[in-house]
Every structure is written in structure tokens, then in C-alpha cells.
Design a protein around this ligand. Sequence first.
Ligand SMILES: [Zn+2]
Length: 308
Amino acid sequence: MKRLILIIIIYVIICFAIPIIFTKRYKVEDKTSKEEEKLISYDYKKYNTIKLLHVKTGKIEELPLDEYLYGVVSAEMPADYEIEALKAQAVVARTYTIYKMINGSKHENADICDDPTCCQAWISKDDRLSKWKVDEREANWEKIVLAAESTKGKIITYNNEPINAFFHANSGGTTETPSNVWGGSGYPYLQVVATVGEDGYSQYSSEVTVTKEELLQKLKQYHQNIEIDFSKDDEIKILEYTDSGRVKKIKFGNVEIPGTEARTVFGLKSAMFTIAINEENITFKVSGYGHGVGMSQTGADSLAKQRK
Ligand SMILES: [Zn+2]
């Protein structure tokens, strides 16, 4: 009898508990049933107007969504990139925007702002045109408009929900998972993938050199008790890499920090780096530019050039 009860309990766990655990893992965010309803009845026209906060002036401007996207695409990607890359940027920007509108904005009375460090970059048509050469203005603007208009209504979804779409300048050859950059879990649609041809772009490789004293001072701003014995060989050492080849953990003397923190401390373009140490200096040799999550802009341009 006891055995039978045990078997029934195990059966119940298999049927219910395990699927619940997996379902939670694959959900982007917990949502109320009201929000899920909104998603099921997703209607592009419903999100056709956006309230944009101009951070510098504090003014909120109401714009048709695609007109707003002209300003985002032209602020986020060079107009001389391939049209297919610009289209991809338009789809990513539109998805990010719709995701913000559905899942709630950080801003009161506005859906999104024009600060790239907060939401996504945006530039007005007049400002954009004034930064291009006179004879390129018309063709460039037409290309930007085409990228948004030819993808009208298109967003990226996962399980019928808009994804939280990220992008960066150059992945250094391999993209990163969000958990290695911001922690947490989820985002099953953002995986590590290799991109080819990114080494042909200026953002692919960079270097930062600091003296040993500068290195110590910069780290002291974050870790006051740090001590590094530069006479020892293994005092500065990469301890662990992520699956994408970025630095996960690095040791500086008695302190161990994530690669993403080293990126911030030393102003590195990405967390994909190697270190070279000589008598006086430490050099970080960096691949890629940005956090590496989601679409690589140079990767998109490279794939478009290869017609892939
Ligand atoms: Zn914002």
C-alpha cells in the first residue's frame, strides 16, 4: 500500500511539478492574465502611436511608430550599412519598442525615451540630415525610411509574445547570453551564436594599456582593500570564461571580479579580452564592441553583404 502511494506521488510530480518548473524557466516574465490577453489580441495598429520623452528638454512628443523608428534606425546604425541590415535594425527597434509598450515603461506619461543608456537612441530628421554630407542626405534618408516601411508591422516573437530585443555593435565573433551580462535567467531566444565577417569592421579589435599603478588605482575605486604583488606571476589571471569566450572571472591580487566589471573599471569595449603584462604595463586586447547580447549590427551588415 505504502509503495502504491509513493508511486502515485511520483506520478503526480512528473505530471505537474516538473512541467511547472520548466514552464517558468521558459517564460520571459511572469505576467498577469490581463497582460496575456493583450498579447493574444496583439494588433499592430493598436501600438501605432508612441509617446517619446526627450530627456534633455523633458518634453513628450507623440509620434507615429514608424516615423519614430526612422529616428531610431538612423541614430543606431550607419546609413551606409546594407539595406537588409537596416531592415533588421528596424525590426529589432520596433520589437524593443512594442515590448516596452506592453510590459510597462520606465517613464511616467511616456512609452520610451531618447537616451540610449536608458531606452534607445533617437535623432530628429533635421539633426540627422545636418550630420550627413549634403549630396548624401536625400538617398540616406530614403534608405532609412525604406528600412522601416518595408518591415511595417513586423516584430520578433517567441511563444507569440514580442521578445526583449537587444543589439550591440560587434560581437567579436560570438554573441553572449543575457545571464552572463546582467545575471538572472530566462530569454531562451537569446543564445550564443557565431557570426562571420565581423573582423572586417573597425569595432572588432581594440586595446587598452594601463600602468601597474593606474591599474591598482582604478581597481581601488571599487575595492578599497585590494592588494596586488606584481612580482608574482599569477597575481593577474583570467580564471574563467563564458561559453562565448568572454571573461567570466578575473583575479587581481586578492580580489576576483566578473569580466563585465573589468570592462567597466578599465573602459574596455567588451568583456572578450586577453591580458598581456610586461615590466611596466598591462594591456587588455579586446575583441568586439558592446555587451554582445542579441543582434550584432556589424554581424547583420556582414551577413547582408554575403547575402546570407
Ligand atoms: Zn528611457
